[in-house]
Design a protein around this ligand. Structure first.
Ligand code: ZN
Length: 523
């Protein structure tokens, strides 16, 4: 193998190296984290997708079984009501409480976080990702974190020694690794820890808003046992507690969490554990190049992508180098759909070694059937065809595509073809139609258009190269630059300066229809 490697494979090899000489009991464990304070967004999804790519690469370099935990921090307290939720007045009175103790603003599930967790699972399932979902609240209340919580309480001085120097001086006095839920008012953002009692597995707290002024404390003071879900660890400590408890070997994280991850790793060492490895990734940017914020939910969602393209094409977008910031807006969709289709097409002609370099290798479980696309029909062609036909009837577009390549209608291609046409028609309607202005040809190009119409109609055969040649021949015969004639046709038929290969396009549209369209354009 060459020194350069697909990035998931590079990560998998680093993971194998990090496990050398260690006792690994059970599967190699990957983890992703989700904060259910809002609806799952593309960043959450991206983390699971990319981690899954690495898991699949790991199968190439190791026989060890793997497992992915998708962890939801649903015991975290809610600081503010996100903007994109219904019925904010239902949520407002519960600010400062754990997400799992707040009602579902959608009125569907048992709690705020139960709703968000379900939505996350639904969209991960749609991609067939294999994962084991864990709710923070469930693990805490069932005592799953008790052993780690005890160690953290016994070694609280060491924990403080790691974290306090990283905080601003005025924050140091009130900081504690534990966020205790007030037994009277149920908030965990309003309490502060005033003393530690490791011998009793307990701390003393005051519900005085000292930790966060947004949650008004009820005034409770007293000693509270921290086990069995009465307390959680604060961020950074919580991350370390998860890693230590589950024995996580690999977790990636956003660039904004580099410092948190470094501290959490030190805390795992304080607990005599071995921290995981994992790369950090760059953030997604909106159409103006700003970071996409979780609470505002700008940019494009998984649903938004799916409205315009086969949903798996999103994986082609996410496969790009995770260390480069990516603009995530609707205008990136066509390019990545065509990349995705090309990857599927390339696959069938590749041997095992070449396939490792095909990004779609990592999109699908190797033991399950994968979509096939052995045709040069792509998103661009489908969109242009739909525009030229002026119809948004998906069945009709499919009929035309079958003239270009009959295999588009085969059982192996049918589902993807339908999905592609549906998305392309919707994309054009929502994002392109307004921008498109069809232009009338210049008087001097009219004879060439008429001659080309005759030539296209008279042509006998199915060779798109030969058809393409007709455009060049006609231009030269009329003393026109071929480029100018192409542009005239694109502007006239699809309202763009550039377009599909006309040879293929005329075959798809049909010779008689193409000739009629050219004559109509000539006026
Ligand atoms: Zn209270």
């Amino acid at each position: 193998m060459s020194t350069a490697q697909p990035w998931p494979l590079k990560e998998a090899i680093a993971l194998v190296e990090s496990l050398e000489g260690r006792d690994v009991d059970g599967p190699v464990l990957f983890e992703t984290g989700y904060g259910p304070s809002g609806l799952p967004h593309i960043g959450t999804f991206a983390e699971v997708a990319r981690t899954t790519f690495i898991r699949r690469a790991f199968q190439q370099v190791s026989d060890r079984p793997t497992k992915l935990i998708a962890f939801s921090d649903d015991m975290d307290g809610l600081r503010k009501v996100p903007l994109n939720l219904p019925n904010p007045e239902l949520v407002e009175p519960h600010l400062g409480k754990p997400l799992s103790s707040i009602p579902d603003p959608f009125g569907v599930d048992s709690s705020y976080s139960a709703h968000m967790n379900r939505r996350l699972r639904e969209f991960l399932d749609e991609f067939g990702f294999e994962y084991s979902f864990r709710s923070s609240t469930d693990v805490y209340t069932s005592g799953g974190f008790n052993a780690g919580l005890r160690i953290l309480l016994q070694r609280v001085d060491q924990v403080l020694a790691v974290i306090l120097p990283t905080l601003r001086p005025h924050k140091r006095a009130g900081w504690s690794p534990f966020m205790v839920t007030c037994p009277d008012c149920g908030r965990n953002l309003s309490t502060s820890v005033t003393a530690y009692h490791p011998e009793d597995d307990a701390v003393s707290i005051a519900c005085d808003s000292a930790r966060w002024e947004g949650a008004v404390g009820c005034g409770f003071t007293g000693q509270v046992n921290i086990l069995d879900g009465r307390a959680k660890a604060g961020w950074k400590v919580d991350w370390a507690l998860r890693w230590w408890t589950f024995g996580v070997h690999y977790e990636m994280y956003g660039k904004d969490l580099i410092e948190s991850a470094a501290l959490s790793k030190r805390l795992v060492q304080v607990m005599d554990g071995t921290p995981p490895i994992g790369l950090f990734y760059e953030m997604f940017l909106d159409e103006d190049g700003r970071k996409i914020s979780k609470s505002v939910g700008k940019g494009i969602s998984v649903d938004g992508w799916q409205a315009y393209a086969p949903v798996e094409s999103l994986l082609a977008f996410l496969y790009q180098n995770p260390r480069k910031a990516k603009r995530l807006h609707y205008d990136v969709i066509p390019m990545f759909v065509d990349q995705y289709l090309k990857q599927l097409t390339d696959w069938s002609g590749q041997d095992e070694q070449a396939r490792l370099w095909n990004p779609s290798y990592f999109y699908f479980d190797r033991d399950l059937p994968r979509p096939a696309w052995d045709t040069s029909v792509n998103y661009t062609l489908v969109r242009n065809l739909a525009v030229c036909l002026g119809k948004d009837d998906a069945d009709l577009v499919l009929e035309y595509l079958k003239r270009y390549d009959a295999s588009v209608g085969s059982p192996a291609h049918a589902d993807l073809a339908k999905d592609l046409i549906r998305g392309a028609v919707a994309y054009d309607r929502d994002w392109e139609a307004d921008k498109r202005v069809k232009k009338a040809p210049s008087p001097e190009s009219v004879p060439a258009l008429l001659a080309l119409a005759d030539a296209v109609e008279a042509y006998v055969g199915e060779d798109s190269e030969a058809m393409q040649g007709l455009v060049f021949d006609t231009a030269r015969a009329h003393d026109l630059e071929p480029r100018a004639l192409f542009k005239t046709i694109y502007q006239g038929l699809i309202g763009q300066d550039r377009g599909p290969r006309l040879g293929s396009f005329f075959l798809a549209l049909g010779q008689a229809e193409s000739a009629a369209a050219l004559r109509a354009l000539a006026g």
